[in-house]
Design a protein around this ligand. Structure first.
Ligand code: F6P
Length: 195
């Protein structure tokens, strides 16, 4: 069965500063991951002519995909990171200090909590529906380069994890999660390309 490769973008400047959201470029370490990922993908999908690379519309995923050659790249707005609304660009510390009620409500119910003028995990799950339909329809492998919250939701769908766990699933940087859907169920492999 065709694999789906899920990965977060390489470390971004905002990841380094602990800022959520934004649209920064990737760090030196993120650039290194992009090269390693390209190497991995080119080897892994060598004879897969119909494979494609899907990214969000944010710079950090597009830059992470850029060293990969030989496959078509498709940008999806639906793969953009959860919209943190008024909190976009803040650190968790700043939210806790300046907007303690928001911080507490999110902690209490991370799945349903919607950032003011932004999104909740449930919103993200809903907007991913067309992406999931298209992924299911693909016969060839797909590499999805996206973001923490979005990948939690996509992964949970394929790995059949309960809704309430989604916001808490571990989704480390610089790691590829390979998913294969077979007759016996879903098989998963992880490749940690760097720390
Ligand atoms: O910190 C990286 C990031 O992708 C942010 O842009 C985003 O708001 C966050 O992760 C989502 O993770 P959580 O739901 O745990 O805050």
């Amino acid at each position: 069965p065709r694999p789906i490769l899920l990965t977060r973008h390489g470390e971004s400047r905002d990841n380094v500063r602990g800022r959520i959201g934004g649209d920064t470029v990737i760090s030196d370490s993120g650039e290194l991951y992009a090269k390693k990922l390209a190497n991995f993908v080119e080897k892994r999908l060598k004879n897969e002519r119909a494979a494609s690379i899907w990214t969000s519309t944010l710079q950090r995923t597009i830059l992470t995909a850029s060293p990969i050659v030989g496959f078509p790249k498709i940008q999806w707005r639906a793969l953009d990171e959860i919209n943190a609304g008024v909190c976009d660009g803040m650190t968790y510390e700043e939210i806790k200090k300046n907007m303690p009620e928001e911080y507490e409500s999110r902690k209490k119910d991370k799945l349903r909590y919607r950032y003011p003028r932004g999104e909740s995990y449930l919103d993200v799950i809903q907007r991913l529906e067309p992406v999931i339909i298209e992924l299911e329809r693909q016969r060839a492998p797909v590499v999805v380069i996206s973001h923490q919250a979005v990948l939690r939701a996509l992964y949970a769908y394929f790995a059949d994890r309960p809704l309430k766990e989604i916001p808490h699933i571990e989704m480390p940087l610089h790691t590829i999660i390979e998913i294969r859907m077979g007759v016996t169920g879903v098989q998963e492999k992880r490749y940690k390309l760097m720390d």
